[in-house]
Design a protein around this ligand. Structure first.
Ligand SMILES: [Zn+2]
Length: 424
């Protein structure tokens, strides 16, 4: 009943907002991600923060404001399904997360959020932070207009085994980590259920399960399974009970398959996938979120900045394998959502992965859809990912043809979020 009342209140607010003058965007070209085609000379009518109509351009109406993007290509705001906005960007120091206070970290998150939005990513799914719930706070601060940033869907904390890929490892054994850095560390299925419930009670949007070791967590191996199938199933049941889902960080094929049998909606990385894992993703409709750009960043930047040899070795073992698996997954028709692991490389460079996805088997339209319609489908959202009536007026504009060369998306000329131009 309370929920119904809140929804009714929200609808009333939207109705009030609609008294503002409409905004008309004149789009020289418009990428229709729902139909998979490019339209020319379009008018996008915006009322408040939502799109109310899309159709051929007519003479500018007298009653509102015109945004002239008639020489540009307009697309829906992009979505990165694998970011880490709240943490410091990756460095050579494995103890980096212990060097800042939670308060300072909030400002770091705000800086990353602004860079991400200005790069044309108007929504992100943020898949974990070392200090639990900093992502929940950033999401709410953005929604409340305190800081600029993308719409965020957040994980709250990593669900991981002790010393697993979602822990801060490599420090001496007698250092006790702060409790807020171990909120999702689980030792059996009952513990996984309890901690999943706690994370969701703290207003995370979904769960992030660390099913295998990680490239960047020392002492763990990407090919090795960590959480058991029972632990993952227990957490996923808890998510389902609350109307949400879990995604699994899984590099190794066995960890991927175990996570899928347990019921995850998506697989992060999938670097060492085999044919059976690809067939399972296809058959079960599980989304693949493969960060096929950042391996090049780690190799070049990590080598130059003295990142641990173990990290560079694991990166080498997963980069090419992941790209080859990605190509097979595209060919097999697996649903692939755009996710880059931003934070491993600097925030704001999120669109760099576009050209890799085209190089490894996608058409430019498929790459753009992975970062719009497919990403929205994975999050279960029908209000982002397309320029269509009822959706948020989240738009970007580029000078150039993104369907001829997706790398123009690395230099977005204009960004609108919720009907407000944030960059032009
Ligand atoms: Zn990640």
């Amino acid at each position: 009943m309370i929920r119904t009342a809140l929804v009714a209140a929200a609808l009333t607010l939207t109705a009030f907002a609609s008294h503002a003058a409409p905004v008309y965007v004149h789009a020289g070209k418009l990428v229709d991600t729902l139909q998979g085609k490019v339209l020319t000379d379009q008018m996008i009518t915006i009322d408040g923060e939502r799109i109310v109509a899309v159709g051929p351009w007519k003479a500018a109406p007298a009653d509102g404001k015109v945004v002239d993007w008639s020489k540009r290509m307009v697309l829906p705001g992009l979505i990165d399904m694998h970011t880490h906005l709240v943490d410091q960007e990756q460095t050579e120091n494995i103890a980096e997360p212990l060097l800042t206070t939670a308060a300072y970290q909030a400002y770091i998150g705000a800086d990353h959020a602004r860079k991400t939005l200005e790069a044309g990513f108007t929504s992100v799914r943020d898949v974990g932070t070392w200090r639990a719930f900093g992502d929940v706070a950033l999401r709410d601060a953005i929604d409340n207009g305190l800081v600029p940033g993308p719409r965020m869907s957040v994980a709250g904390a990593y669900i991981t085994i002790p010393g697993g890929g979602g822990e801060i490892t490599g420090i001496s054994d007698d250092v006790k980590l702060p409790d807020e850095m171990r909120v999702g560390v689980v030792t059996d299925a009952a513990d996984a259920r309890r901690k999943a419930a706690n994370i969701l009670a703290h207003h995370a949007d979904f769960l992030k399960l660390i099913a295998t070791g990680a490239v960047l967590t020392v002492g763990t191996e990407p090919g090795q399974q960590e959480l058991t199938e029972d632990e993952m199933r227990a957490a996923i049941q808890e998510a389902a009970r609350r109307g949400t889902y879990a995604t699994a960080h899984a590099h190794g094929a066995e960890g991927m398959k175990s996570a899928m049998r347990a019921g995850v909606r998506s697989i992060e990385h999938g670097s060492l996938m085999d044919d059976e894992a690809i067939a399972m993703m296809k058959a079960k409709g599980v989304f693949l979120v493969a960060d096929i750009y950042d391996g090049d960043w780690i190799d070049a930047y990590g080598k130059a900045h003295g990142w641990p040899a173990e990290t560079l070795r694991k990166n080498y073992e997963t980069t090419q394998a992941q790209r080859e698996g990605f190509r097979k997954a595209v060919k097999a028709g697996v649903k692939i959502a755009y996710g880059t692991d931003a934070g491993v490389y600097p925030h704001g460079l999120n669109a760099r992965q576009m050209k890799y996805m085209v190089q490894w088997g996608m058409t430019p339209m498929q790459a753009v859809q992975s970062a719009t319609t497919v990403a929205a489908e994975l999050m279960g959202k029908t209000d982002v990912g397309a320029v269509a009536p009822g959706r948020y007026a989240d738009l970007i504009a580029v000078d150039g043809d993104a369907m001829a060369d997706v790398s123009v998306l690395e230099h977005v000329s204009a960004v609108m979020k919720g009907g407000v131009v944030v960059k032009d």
